[in-house]
Design a binder for this molecule. Structure first.
Ligand code: ACO
Length: 179
């Protein structure tokens, strides 16, 4: 997605084109940063056919521990993902409830023109390295069919017990320390 300003000046990506933005860092975010977040958030909601937008600049900057990861190439933002920690109740196969506080994938979008080109994997790997975690330790908020396929293909994660809160927590969250 292109913007009428220099996105590199705003997002300051590293040499791989990855930029990390903390919600708590920018007390007075620039109009340009808000525009990037709002436009990418709207595009993600459209791509997922959601009734409401999950990622807006106003909501992002009002939540304390969320982070946004962007992939930038030339003057384009190719995609983003958003993480945050949540307190979740998880029900296992015996109906026993546990309380867990995992890092969660809250939103994830790669621009339609470049989907299935490896940019999603690049963003996900950058996030895992930055957070020093592993794919089985991430809870996913309402994954789309494309994301279910993405997790199966790249991380061989596919088995989970459906939860009332619609988060997907793979069985390996409990059975494997790191994969
Ligand atoms: N249909 C089925 N699977 C797909 C599709 C598709 N149209 N697009 C990507 N995938 C999955 C497949 O497993 C694919 O492997 P394949 O091409 O061999 O079948 C794999 O992802 C490709 O990996 P990448 O190229 O690294 O992924 P990509 O850059 O496309 O990013 C993402 C994946 C973020 C899911 C992207 O396709 C996208 O933005 N989709 C639309 C929005 C969306 O569904 N976002 C996730 C919402 S859920 C949430 O945010 C918590």
């Amino acid at each position: 997605m292109e913007f009428p300003f220099d996105v590199r000046r705003i997002l300051r990506p590293d040499s791989s084109g990855i930029s990390v933005v903390y919600s708590r860092e920018a007390r007075a975010p620039s109009r340009e940063l808000s525009m990037i977040i709002d436009n990418m958030g709207s595009a993600s909601a459209r791509a997922q056919r959601l009734g409401s937008i999950i990622t807006t600049s106003v909501r992002f900057f009002s939540l304390s521990d969320n982070k946004l990861y962007f992939k930038v190439q030339d003057n384009k933002v190719l995609g983003f993902l958003k993480t945050g920690t949540k307190n979740l109740f998880y029900t296992d196969e015996h109906g026993r409830m546990k309380e867990i506080t995992p890092l969660c994938l809250l939103d994830f979008y790669v621009h339609e023109d470049v989907q299935r080109s490896g940019f999603g994997k690049e963003l996900y790997e950058a996030m895992l390295a930055y957070e020093r975690t592993s794919p089985n330790k991430i809870a996913i908020d309402r994954p789309s069919p494309k994301l279910i396929s993405f997790m199966r293909k790249h991380y061989t994660l596919s088995s989970y017990i459906p939860q009332n809160n619609n988060y997907v927590i793979y069985r390996e969250y409990f059975t494997v320390w790191n994969i």
